[in-house]
Design a protein around this ligand. Structure first.
Ligand SMILES: [Ca+2]
Length: 134
């Protein structure tokens, strides 16, 4: 797994947003609070299966004012649900081969990405291979 710390507003992040086009689009089926029971508070978890099933990756939050750009995680291209528990102001952007898929605010979850629209077309299931958390 590659986890690269980048300064907020750094060129690499700006470039990602320009490619994405719609960085602030919000997923439709988001609801507050933890749902999986498998994701430690203050982390972001991506799950291989819907309803928080299968294997998963758990990501820690960057320091205030910073972002992390994560690729190469084991559930890449298999992500079917996301849990982002713990109240807070962090936000995550998800990408598929450099194309923006969707974003999610902390204290929300998405239980079945096959029911969420991807900004890159179709639904968001089994597409995510990059996560940026700020
Ligand atoms: Ca899957």
């Amino acid at each position: 797994m590659t986890r690269r710390l980048i300064t907020f507003g750094a060129p690499v992040l700006v470039a990602a947003f320009l490619v994405a086009g719609v960085p602030n689009a919000q997923a439709a089926v988001a609801a507050p609070a933890s749902a999986s029971g498998r994701c430690a508070g203050s982390h972001l978890c991506v799950f291989q299966n819907s309803s928080f099933g299968g294997s998963y990756n758990q990501f820690t939050m960057p320091a205030s004012g910073r972002c992390v750009d994560i690729t190469g995680f084991s559930t890449a291209n298999q992500v079917s649900s996301i849990d982002f528990p713990a109240p807070g102001s962090h936000q995550a952007w998800f990408y598929d081969a450099g194309h923006f898929v969707l974003s999610l605010n902390q204290n929300h979850y998405l239980k079945d990405l096959s029911k969420d629209t991807s900004a890159s077309g179709g639904n968001a299931n089994d597409k995510i291979d990059e996560v940026i958390i700020c």
